[in-house]
Design a protein around this ligand. Structure first.
Ligand code: GLU
Length: 937
């Protein structure tokens, strides 16, 4: 049956020959020409200068197909081979191994094979796993890792961790903590990497295939574990062939090894020959299969295996190959001798010195230790079994680019919080991944900064929204601050306030936004119209001053009326020589006069004297202005809707007049402001908030919801920029009062970070270019429903009562006018007294004393006429007439009469008018005597 299968299988693979006298077989996977080309290049190199060149028979099998591989191997035996190379896949390899062992057919292996037995006919050029693991154990010791996570791909790689897993302490005696994480099948390792990240581990030992490695590094970058604080140790020997450019500026320390230096001439010659061979085998379809720096270990090992084996055959001068078959159970008589000989050999191959220990294992080899630098790979040391790790690193002086270009190409983990509009989840019908999941002001700002400084970044969300405050009891920071300080994130951006306490723990960039603390509360409610709103146009102060002015001017008019001689009038115009004179400015009349003009109604009273007219006109002017101002402001009050403001300032809030509770974000900068303030009012508010932790919120949004709540009277102390954002979208809330302080938001980073300066410079540049303000308008006013409340208050506004400052000027004018009127009244009085004293030839002093006594007695509105003209002389006017015509006039009694006697009329009427009036008075008096029969004098 097995024969049938073998025959059947033989039809499935084809043999490929290289002419030569000494034939070596090789079993490779179907698919690539590389291994086959390497084999043929090596045979050519081994045959160079040989009389009996080596030939080869290559058979290709489907990867992992054990039966096909067995038949392939058996068919190789028919070619009288000296030995076999391969296969390269684990299952078939072990199967063929058991056959070669029984046939004592030397087998060269180039793949890790942990179950290799020293007695088997196998020689493995791949470094032995125990020695291999020792390389990394030594590097870990050298790096003094006290914790690390081993990330490995398949269980078959576990033996390569032998010497690492058994490590207990560092060289300095510190305990080493290690985690093991196995990568799943497939190509998504993000979940495992996130777990590693959340464990807080910063050092990673990676053992995975060459195919997986770039993917893993890329996903590590996405997850955010590729920053300055993370270190990687890569176990794959082909690490140097990976395209490391996405990670070389990322800041992480990435270390690996190599078994050969690709820049060596022997390697470059091999690569050239290899590429030529691939072109030949693929009939020109594949060109430049291998780049100058992309030679993998398996190809170099194929070459070394052929050289090693052919050297042994040459040295042993074997002429005949093994004439054995799978069917006969006979073994090759020289087989074990060849194996033993090889194990004693030492040659210089592409992969360094090739030699084997007493167990036939390649334990003694030398590797270069590489580190990823900004310019690519750099050899920093060597490792050999004998010497262990030897550092060869040359200290490179910082390049001139360090500083402004120091962020170029690096990858940073940026911490943010879901706080609108700084960081928000992007709304999308599609499932988004990575940074595309977030948007907002902070996200856009980082995009801009990344463009300017050419860095890469991954966002990470602070799930609990805690920005960070210091706990003096535990002496620890929490939230985002803690992560920045611990190096679990490179930058933190959100509405993160720069405070003095935080500045001591981390570095901040220049502020990208300025703000202050203020109050968020429900919009003021509309008040029902006020029945007494007519009082509102003037403040109570103005009303009091107005009342004062009214009383003052009224009294003044009363006094002026008494002072001014013109105001004393003959009550009966028909009597030429009245005994008394009347004054219209009685106290009551004075009040009536002023009231009439205030109410714009007028009165029958008309001032006669200059002084009273002056005071009266000033009062009219005053009332004109006051009434106009009142009317204008009343119109404003009647059109403006009056609103009820429960609180208008932080003082109101602290006094808590309507049972309004208040709070701030827990552990936030606002809360800290009240805590740290030495202002008594703010201290009082801090104690209130501290005593009522239930009024503190976890986020600003929670604060907003409480403010909006119908069931609660709650005011939220918050930062003005966030309030601006909220009132744009929530029309039922408003900002109350002014700013309590002034501060800014900045991007936080580790203390003494070299990135502070370039980031600050870029922020200032964005500010100067006006980009920051445009971004703010976009995220505040346009995006996510901004601007819905914009027109809410149109037609609103607030009418304010007029205060003294608005109308004070008119009071001054009134006062000045009144002063002038008083002066005028005195002059009038003095003049009049002087005239009388002169005319009556009496003492001016006596007359003025008598006049003042009368005035200041304030007794009634009737004044007796003290100085009468001699009889028949007529009125003062007629006397004046006489004086004017040059007639001398005898002077009557110049003393105050015990019985008042009529006094001439002293009106200011014109001479002509007086004359005619005198005539009509005389007629009138005659009539009155006739009819009444009694004297009115
Ligand atoms: N911006 C504040 C902070 O950085 C949070 C909000 C607040 O306290 O009002 O802590």
């Amino acid at each position: 049956m097995s024969h049938i299968i073998i025959l059947f299988s033989l039809t499935l693979h084809c043999l490929n020959y290289v002419d030569g006298d000494k034939n070596i077989g090789a079993i490779f996977d179907d698919g690539t020409f590389l291994l086959e080309s390497a084999f043929k290049v090596a045979l050519a190199a081994a045959s160079e200068g040989q009389d009996d060149p080596f030939g080869g028979t290559v058979v290709k099998t489907s990867p992992g197909d054990i039966l096909e591989t067995e038949s392939a191997f058996c068919s190789l035996l028919e070619n009288n081979i000296f030995g076999v190379l391969g296969p390269t896949v684990q299952g078939p390899l072990q199967h063929v191994q058991s056959i070669t062992d029984s046939l004592e057919m030397p087998q060269m292996i180039i793949k890790p094979e942990v179950s290799q037995n020293r007695n088997w006919s196998t020689v493995n050029l791949y470094p032995h796993h125990i020695a291999y693991s020792q390389i990394f154990a030594d590097i870990i010791q050298m790096k003094s890792w006290t914790e690390f996570t081993i990330i490995y791909e398949g269980a078959e790689l576990l033996p390569f961790l032998d010497n690492i897993i058994t490590m207990q302490n560092t060289n300095s005696g510190e305990k080493i903590l290690m985690n093991l994480v196995q990568l799943p099948d497939g190509d998504d390792f993000r979940f495992q990497l996130k777990t590693v990240k959340s464990s807080g581990s910063l050092n990673y030992l990676i053992n995975c295939s060459l195919k997986t490695l770039p993917l893993l590094l890329e996903q590590a970058q996405q997850v955010g574990i590729m920053s300055d604080d993370h270190s990687y140790l890569i176990m794959n020997p082909d690490f140097q062939t990976v395209d490391i450019s996405p990670h070389k500026h990322g800041g992480s320390n990435i270390t690996g090894i190599r078994l050969f230096d690709p820049s060596l001439e022997s390697i470059q010659t091999f690569i050239t020959s290899l590429n030529e061979k691939v072109v030949e085998l693929s009939e020109g379809q594949i060109e430049n299969a291998i780049a100058d720096d992309a030679l993998t270990l398996d190809l170099a090992l194929v070459y070394d295996a052929v050289i090693l084996y052919t050297s042994a055959v040459n040295a042993m001068e074997l002429e005949e190959g093994a004439n054995v078959t799978c069917e006969d159970n006979e073994s090759w008589e020289f087989g074990s001798s060849v194996i033993n000989y090889i194990r004693t050999m030492e040659i210089d191959g592409l992969t360094g010195i090739i030699k084997f220990d007493e167990d036939g294992l390649r334990s003694d080899f030398e590797v270069d230790i590489l580190e990823v630098m900004a310019h690519g790979f750099e050899k920093v040391g060597t490792w050999s079994l004998e010497d262990g790790y030897t550092e060869t690193r040359t200290v490179i002086p910082p390049t001139e680019q360090e500083g402004s270009d120091s962020m170029k190409g690096k990858h940073f983990l940026i911490l943010t919080a879901l706080s609108a509009p700084y960081g928000m989840l992007r709304e999308s019908a599609k499932k988004l991944e990575g940074n595309a999941r977030y948007e907002g002001f902070g996200i856009e700002l980082i995009e801009e900064l990344a463009k300017m400084n050419e860095f890469n970044y991954t966002f990470d969300i602070q799930a609990d929204g805690v920005y960070g405050s210091y706990n003096p009891k535990t002496k620890k920071w929490n939230g985002m601050m803690e992560k920045i300080m611990d190096g679990r994130a490179d930058f933190a951006i959100t509405d993160l306030t720069i405070t003095s306490a935080r500045q001591k723990a981390v570095d901040f960039t220049s502020p990208f936004m300025n703000l202050g603390i203020t109050i968020l509360y429900k919009k003021p409610t509309k008040e029902p119209p006020n029945l007494f709103s007519f009082i509102s146009p003037f403040s109570s102060g103005v009303w009091s001053w107005l009342a004062g002015a009214f009383v003052g001017v009224s009294v003044l008019l009363f006094v002026l009326g008494r002072l001014a001689p013109e105001e004393w009038q003959n009550p009966y115009p028909c009597i030429e020589e009245p005994e008394t004179l009347d004054n219209q400015f009685t106290l009551a009349n004075s009040f009536w006069f002023t009231l009439g003009s205030v109410l714009t109604q007028g009165s029958e009273i008309a001032p006669i004297a200059v002084s009273t007219r002056m005071a009266g006109s000033m009062w009219w002017f005053f009332t004109l202005i006051m009434v106009s101002s009142y009317t204008a402001n009343l119109a404003a009050f009647l059109t403006v809707e009056s609103k009820f403001y429960a609180i208008t300032s932080v003082q109101d809030l602290a006094n808590n007049p309507y049972g309004i509770t208040y709070g701030a974000k827990k552990g936030g900068a606002t809360f800290s402001f009240f805590k740290e303030s030495d202002n008594l009012l703010y201290q009082k508010m801090y104690h209130y908030m501290d005593d009522h932790p239930e009024y503190q919120t976890a986020t600003n949004d929670e604060g907003l919801e409480r403010v909006k709540s119908e069931t609660e009277k709650y005011a939220f102390l918050m930062e003005s920029t966030s309030i601006e954002y909220m009132v744009e979208r929530n029309c039922d809330v408003a900002r109350v009062g002014g700013l309590l302080d002034s501060k800014g938001y900045g991007i936080a980073m580790k203390k003494n970070s070299p990135y502070r300066q370039p980031m600050s410079e870029s922020i200032l540049q964005l500010q100067e270019e006006g980009k920051l303000i445009r971004m703010k308008d976009k995220w505040w006013k346009e995006k996510r429903g901004g601007g819905v409340c914009q027109d809410d208050d149109v037609g609103g506004g607030d009418a304010q009562p007029l205060v003294l400052a608005n109308v004070g000027g008119v009071f001054i004018v009134l006062a000045a006018g009144c002063g002038l009127a008083v002066l005028c009244a005195f002059l009038e009085m003095l003049f009049d007294v002087w005239m009388i004293s002169h005319r009556m030839k009496i003492s001016f002093k006596d007359e003025i004393i008598a006049e003042l006594k009368f005035i200041l007695s304030f007794s009634g509105d009737t004044k007796p006429v003290r100085h009468r003209e001699p009889s028949g002389s007529g009125s003062r006017s007629s006397k004046k007439d006489k004086e004017d015509s040059g007639e001398a006039e005898s002077i009557g009694d110049n003393r105050l009469d015990p019985a008042p006697t009529p006094r001439s009329e002293r009106s200011s009427h014109s001479h002509h008018t007086l004359h005619s009036r005198r005539q009509s008075n005389a007629v009138q008096m005659a009539r009155m005597r006739k009819y009444s029969g009694r004297s009115i004098l």
